[in-house]
Design a protein around this ligand. Structure first.
Ligand code: ADP
Ligand code: MG
Ligand code: MG
Length: 209
């Protein structure tokens, strides 16, 4: 990341997207879960927004700022997604530190995915946020390794996350609450994959802005 301005804009953009998408996320989670993903995420991103507004948001680097956001998400989102998003952001922040540049951000996003997989043990195809996050990171890093810039990498990641989220519709859930439904989870978009698509969409939007 160039400086912490992008990290701030990303967190603010994600908070806005979650607010705007709260009802949609809740509706998705009502179909195959307990109907709280929208409210859970909003509670957490609301705290992140407050942190950004306060003068105390004096992070030394993008990494530190994203790590602080991770702590708030972990503590305030609650549920499965709270631990997973919180740990992802903490790992992204720790890996990024004060490094800048697209490739470094790609590595940090990979560290976030690794944290999610370490904690939740979901594989591709289990109908979770990993099905959006995984393709997003793969695309991001592929663009970087071909010499692409931050705009190109984040645009590709956003498209891959959105496409990845859509692939969860025909899947049967094997992790999380939706797995209790067995085959009845088939035919529904996974709420965590949908919020992860929002996360990567807002990153691309803020890079372009
Ligand atoms: P809860 O299920 O505790 O109510 P949320 O509704 O906030 O939590 O979040 C549900 C989302 O969390 C799911 O849609 C899925 O994407 C994600 N999730 C649940 N369990 C796992 C897991 N083990 N690995 C990865 N993601 C998971
Ligand atoms: Mg839920
Ligand atoms: Mg719940």
């Amino acid at each position: 990341m160039q400086d912490d301005a992008l990290a701030r804009a990303w967190l603010r953009g994600f908070a806005r997207a979650v607010e705007e998408g709260e009802e949609k996320l809740t509706a998705l989670d009502s179909a195959i879960g307990d109907g709280d993903h929208g409210i859970n995420m909003r509670r957490g991103t609301g705290q992140v927004r407050r942190m950004l507004l306060r003068d105390q948001a004096t992070a030394e680097s993008s990494g530190e700022l994203l790590g602080e956001a991770g702590l708030l998400l972990r503590d305030h989102v609650g549920g499965a997604a709270g631990v997973l998003y919180g740990s992802a952001f903490q790992a992204i922040g720790a890996a990024l530190g004060d490094r800048t540049g697209a490739a470094q951000l790609g590595d940090a996003l990979q560290a976030g995915l690794d944290a999610v997989v370490r904690l939740g043990a979901a594989a591709a195809g289990d109908k979770t946020m990993v099905d959006a996050y995984g393709p997003a990171v793969t695309s991001f890093r592929a663009v970087c390794s071909q010499g692409g810039n931050l705009g190109e990498a984040t645009t590709a990641a956003a498209a891959a996350a959105a496409a990845g989220a859509r692939t969860t519709i025909p899947m049967q859930a094997r992790k999380g609450r939706a797995s209790y439904l067995g085959y009845r989870s088939i035919g529904h978009l996974d709420p965590g994959a949908a919020s992860t698509a929002m996360l990567f969409r807002t990153l691309a939007e803020e890079v372009k802005a």
